[in-house]
Write a protein that binds this ligand. Structure first.
Ligand SMILES: NC(=O)c1ccc[n+]([C@@H]2O[C@H](COP(=O)([O-])OP(=O)(O)OC[C@H]3O[C@@H](n4cnc5c(N)ncnc54)[C@H](O)[C@@H]3O)[C@@H](O)[C@H]2O)c1
Length: 339
């Protein structure tokens, strides 16, 4: 297949691009590098021993999007590009709605004009809001509690509507739980700009001494150790889930939702403990008050992906921490380390 990957230079996009190349697909990446670096593309090409066509461009530039489609005939699009920091979305909602929603509309216009109607979209478990009806099934009502989550919810609605209006569309909405880890080579991984929003990269940065301690938000939740429980999924399992979705969509039309999670929850303290074991030292942490809008526990009902896509997560928390650490210690300043 020839696949256009928006946001392919980013964390999940780079790992998925590598899996696509390894499976023999031709890949064009479209990314404006607002939260990534070209170095990830260089390393993906090294690892795969194949080349990726990279187009630097912004989804908000409709003519740049249209020109990617002109002259190329894509079989499918995987759409990762967007902004993803919840706190930032609360402070600057317009930027989030514009980039995520308007950017997706531009992409859909480009696809429609070019007659490309197979799409895999990066949604998020944040669409379930603070629901604690675990394990969370795809059938739950969507109820995001912040602008970032609402952009995902709105895009899901748009995609479901276009597939109802035109039955040629074939769309997979992938609701990721908590991605973590890195490729086992340690050459590509998550390279957050500024202070990481996610737990595992933060713990890793504490382990290399970039921060004093992990802040644990809330130790009075009704969970066994009082800290929040989440479903951490290895980024390579997630990447493989995209390939499974592409294969499923190949000879089907309609819009489908799948949770991509392990179906297992781990508490914040369990993650810190697992990471401490990998680095063979105690990781300091401090308790802080709960954050508004955080659920006590969230983990996936992953049975739809298992039954329909024949996909399950294979890598456990220990492996996620080991792979994340391998990436972090070889690249203490992320991709900047090699510049
Ligand atoms: N990482 C997570 O915890 C998580 C969880 C659930 C869902 N998601 C979603 O998965 C997708 C990928 O996440 P990620 O962790 O790889 O993020 P990332 O920031 O590493 O990757 C996103 C990529 O999109 C690019 N981009 C942003 N705005 C763009 C624009 N206007 N035009 C072109 N490119 C643009 C960025 O430069 C970056 O390379 C996002 O849509 C995110 O919302 C991520």
């Amino acid at each position: 297949m020839k696949v256009l990957v928006t946001g392919g230079a980013g964390y999940i996009g780079s790992h998925t691009t590598l899996c696509l190349l390894e499976e023999g697909h031709e890949v064009v990446v479209f990314d404006n590098l607002v939260n990534s670096s070209l170095e990830s593309m260089r390393r993906v090409q090294d690892l795969a021993g194949r080349t990726v066509e990279f187009v630097e461009g912004d989804l908000l530039d409709a003519s740049a999007v249209a020109s990617v489609f002109s002259g190329a005939s894509f079989d499918a699009v995987i759409h990762f590009a967007g902004l993803k920091a919840v706190g930032e979305s609360v402070a600057d909602p317009l930027r989030y709605y514009r980039t995520n929603v308007v950017g997706t509309l531009n992409l859909l216009d480009g696809m429609n004009a070019a007659g490309v109607r197979r799409l895999v979209f990066s949604s998020s478990a944040t669409v379930y809001g603070a629901s604690e009806d675990v394990p969370l099934p795809e059938s739950l009502p969507l109820n995001a509690t912040n602008p970032y989550g609402r952009t995902k919810e709105q895009i899901e609605d748009i995609l479901t509507d276009i597939s109802s209006a035109d039955e040629r569309w074939s769309i997979g909405l992938l609701r990721y739980f908590n991605p973590a880890g890195a490729h086992s080579s340690g050459r590509i991984g998550e390279d957050p700009r500024g202070i990481p929003n996610n737990l595992v990269p933060f713990v890793a940065q504490v382990a290399v001494g970039r921060h004093k301690a992990v802040m644990v938000f809330g130790n009075d939740y009704p969970t066994p150790d009082g800290t929040g429980i989440r479903d951490y999924i290895h980024v390579m399992d997630l990447a493989e889930g995209h390939l499974a979705a592409l294969h499923f969509l190949k000879d089907r039309t309609g819009a489908f939702q799948w949770n991509l999670g392990t179906g297992q929850g781990s508490s914040v303290l369990e993650v810190i403990e697992a990471f401490s074991t990998v680095v063979s030292k105690k990781i300091p942490y401090e308790f802080a008050p709960r954050r508004k809008g955080d659920a006590a526990l969230s983990y996936a009902d992953a049975s739809s992906a298992r039954n329909q896509l024949r996909w399950t997560a294979k890598r456990d928390l220990a492996r996620m921490c080991a792979d994340h650490w391998n990436w972090q210690r070889s690249n203490p300043r992320g991709y900047d380390s090699s510049l």
